[in-house]
Design a protein around this ligand. Structure first.
Ligand SMILES: NC(=O)c1ccc[n+]([C@@H]2O[C@H](COP(=O)([O-])OP(=O)(O)OC[C@H]3O[C@@H](n4cnc5c(N)ncnc54)[C@H](OP(=O)(O)O)[C@@H]3O)[C@@H](O)[C@H]2O)c1
Length: 437
């Protein structure tokens, strides 16, 4: 029996995600009311152009361009417009008027998250954002609630579906980066500005959000180290496959322990890396997303599913809406995220990873020793050396594939510089990190 007054819901945006949210809200009205204990009344849908074609049949009387009246009349505001402004202003307006807000806007959270969360805390409102990272996959709530009593050690995520699709096509068909990008473009997988996906900006925004939740620390976007996939070659992909790996664009959030000379901190980074085929993330194919979490007590967990799509993302928005609505009905404070740990976000130069380096060298006595010396000089320990007969291109040239133990980015860069200047080395054809070993 529903006794609570109807809750007024304002929807800002009726595009790919918003139109599906409207559809679910209108079609599942009775069931949602039964779950929440109050009717969820969609009071209006904000758009730029009232006459634009919509993906779902939102009643025309709900469509509006009057933001102020819509926001101020709502109990809960759902922002699925995207962009920084006016989304930021509207969310602040909603929070300041006491409304809870649900957003799918990773770009806004990654750039202005602190301001929005501080405002929410000051006014006692809630800001929900499950849909902002990895679309339909529940990962924000597990980090905020289910794992809140545990300690997260590391998160490795495939959080950008379009780049995963591109790398997967290169891996499975042997095609070039350019033709895989062309395929992804044709399928509409890339953002309007493809550099957001290809250069890792989108993944970096999601990494900043995940790391701030996992490590209770403010993570400014500019402190997220970022490399995209635009330098990944089909040769690297083939070599990785031969060695039992696949190349994935990873968003990594990691707690770094203190050393004798340096304080503890966190590392937040995005780059393509070789992942062993037996690692769960290696099996994430096509445009799917997955987030692999390592926690002190829980051990390893993987969250897998659709990272985008209107209906899929709308599912995450609806989950937040039910939570927000239930809180209204039940009363009491909601979730509050804390940045009490205030850990330093460490520069990439301090981060240790394994590397795979492929070199074209002169096939002459003493060359291997020269190469090995370059690694030893900068304290980078070699784990494997391979000189495949198949890879010898000319009689005087050989190819070396060198796998290292963990080394800092700084030391590895020094080795690469040394090799580049060595007369024994004709060319460095690939330097790539190895993760998940
Ligand atoms: N698409 C996905 O798969 C996906 C997945 C995860 C997260 N997200 C996030 O969800 C949000 C929405 O994405 P989307 O793909 O649904 O975007 P979209 O298709 O471009 O839709 C944007 C909607 O917002 C409206 N809008 C934009 N600026 C406005 C303004 N200044 N005033 C009033 N209305 C405005 C647009 O109005 P008109 O209809 O009049 O143009 C449109 O209805 C973004 O933050 C995105 O990052 C999307």
């Amino acid at each position: 029996m529903i006794e609570y007054r109807p809750l007024k819901i304002a929807l800002l945006g009726a595009g790919v995600v918003g139109s599906q949210v409207a559809k679910l809200l209108l079609e599942n009205k009775e069931e949602l009311a039964a779950r929440v204990g109050a009717e969820l009344e969609l009071i209006g849908v904000l758009v730029r152009d009232k006459n634009a074609a919509r993906l779902s049949n939102i009643p025309s009387e709900l469509i509006t361009t009057e933001a102020d009246a819509l926001i101020l009349g709502a109990d809960i505001v759902i922002e699925v417009m995207g962009g920084i402004e006016p989304a930021r202003t509207y969310i602040l307006q909603a929070l300041n008027s006491g409304s809870d807000v649900i957003t799918a806007n990773k770009a806004l959270l990654a750039t202005n998250g602190v301001e929005l969360f501080d405002t929410a805390e000051q006014v006692g409102a809630q800001l929900y954002f499950e849909a902002a990272v990895a679309g339909a996959i529940p990962i924000i709530r597990p980090l905020r609630e289910s794992l809140a009593g545990d300690k997260i050690k590391r998160i490795m995520g495939i959080v950008n579906g379009s780049t995963n699709y591109i790398l997967d096509r290169m891996d499975s068909t042997g095609c070039t980066l350019e033709s895989a990008i062309a395929e992804a473009t044709k399928l509409g997988y890339l953002e309007a500005d493809p550099t957001l996906d290809l250069e890792g900006f989108d993944a970096a925004q999601k990494a900043a959000i995940l790391a701030s939740l996992a490590f209770h620390t403010e993570v400014p976007l500019e402190k997220v180290y970022r490399e995209g996939i635009t330098k990944v070659t089909s040769e690297q992909m083939a070599a990785a496959k031969r060695d039992g790996y696949v190349i994935k664009l990873l968003a990594i959030c990691e707690k770094i322990d203190a050393t004798e000379t340096e304080e503890e901190g966190i590392s937040v980074r995005v780059y393509p890396a070789m992942v062993p085929l037996e690692h769960p993330l290696a099996s994430v194919r096509g445009a799917f997303n997955a987030v692999f979490v390592e926690a002190e007590a829980a051990g390893s967990l993987m969250f897998y599913g659709s990272g985008a799509g209107g209906l899929q993302t709308a599912s995450a928005v609806m989950g937040d809406l039910v939570s927000a609505a239930k809180r209204h009905v039940a009363g009491g404070p909601g979730l509050a995220d804390s940045v009490h740990a205030d850990l330093e976000v460490l520069p990439i130069s301090r981060i240790k990873t394994r590397y795979q380096i492929t070199l074209e060298v002169t096939d002459a006595p003493g060359v291997l020793a020269t190469v090995a010396n370059a690694f030893a000089k900068h304290d980078v320990s070699i784990e494997t050396v391979e000189q495949s007969a198949k890879m010898i291109e000319a009689e005087s040239t050989a190819w070396l594939e060198i796998g290292t133990h963990e080394a800092t980015d700084k030391d590895l860069a020094a080795v690469v510089e040394e090799l580049r200047n060595s007369s024994a080395v004709e060319q460095i054809t690939s330097v790539i990190r190895v993760e998940g070993v």
